[in-house]
Design a protein around this ligand. Structure first.
Ligand code: ADE
Length: 251
């Protein structure tokens, strides 16, 4: 069983639309689905949850789903804001590790991002799941091609990268703060749930990977996030379906 985790309904629905669900229900207002992904001779039991935004909801709903489904792995996906200046809209970041950028007990002499008295700071993604994600062919979209035609990337631009993603309970929309986060944490991207879901996965000993598509530049640029959320959601399905095929064909 593979547990698929997303925060937003646009992200979850883009994945939900491609599978037949045996059971769809609501746990205290959060959408849960259980079914079997199939593609010709391959199949893999899956569950899909939509956790809502932010670290608290995403942790709470993920724990509930782990208790219920006892997954062998978690694939989390969705949109993120760019932090690294070389990361562009439509790029994919496969998280090598994740951390909570807004967890601050530095006054106690504890390094920023460390969960006090645990020694836990950056939480690595599962190396096998990262390698599997890095094998997925680079996704394409007409909308992104149109955007690239107007804002051409450097010729050697890498559309997919492996690197740190940081999470916090704020939508980052300030150019100076964006630079600060990039430099302080050496992070490629920012979002609001990855580190909390990774912590729940770690505590429950479930292999975890986070794959995010860049929806905006985290600098307040008008409406980028809403404009590109559709591209991010379709790229999420691209990654999930390729990875499920790899998992199913190995198992
Ligand atoms: N998710 C997508 N874009 C984001 C941003 N700029 N800040 C936090 N979470 C995001």
């Amino acid at each position: 069983m593979t547990l698929l985790v997303s925060a937003l309904s646009a992200e979850a629905e883009a994945v939900a639309a491609h599978s037949d669900w045996e059971k769809e229900y609501d746990w205290n207002g959060y959408a849960f689905r259980r079914g079997v992904w199939t593609d010709g001779s391959y199949s893999e039991p899956i569950a899909l949850i939509q956790t809502g935004v932010g670290k608290t909801q995403s942790a709470m709903v993920t724990q509930r789903a782990i208790d219920e489904f006892e997954p062998e792995r978690i694939i989390m996906f969705g949109a993120a804001g760019a932090l690294d200046p070389d990361v562009r809209i439509g790029d994919i970041v496969v998280a090598s590790d994740v951390l909570q950028h807004d967890l601050d007990a530095t006054i106690l002499g504890i390094e920023k991002g460390t969960i006090p008295y645990t020694g836990i700071r950056q939480i690595p993604s599962d190396p096998e799941l990262v390698a599997m994600a890095m094998e997925v062919p680079v996704p394409e979209s007409a909308e992104l091609a149109a955007f690239d035609a107007e804002n051409p990337p450097e010729p050697d631009h890498k559309r997919v990268r492996r690197g740190r993603i940081v999470s916090g309970d704020e939508f980052v929309s300030d150019p100076f703060y964006r630079i600060e986060l990039n430099e302080e944490f050496e992070a490629l991207a920012v979002e609001m749930e990855g580190a909390s879901v990774a912590l729940v996965a770690l505590v429950n000993h479930v292999p975890f990977v986070l794959i995010r598509t860049i929806s905006d530049r985290s600098d307040g640029s008008a409406m980028e996030f809403e404009q590109f959320l559709g591209v991010c959601s379709s790229f999420s399905w691209h990654y999930v379906s390729h990875m499920l095929r790899t998992i199913a064909s190995a198992g």
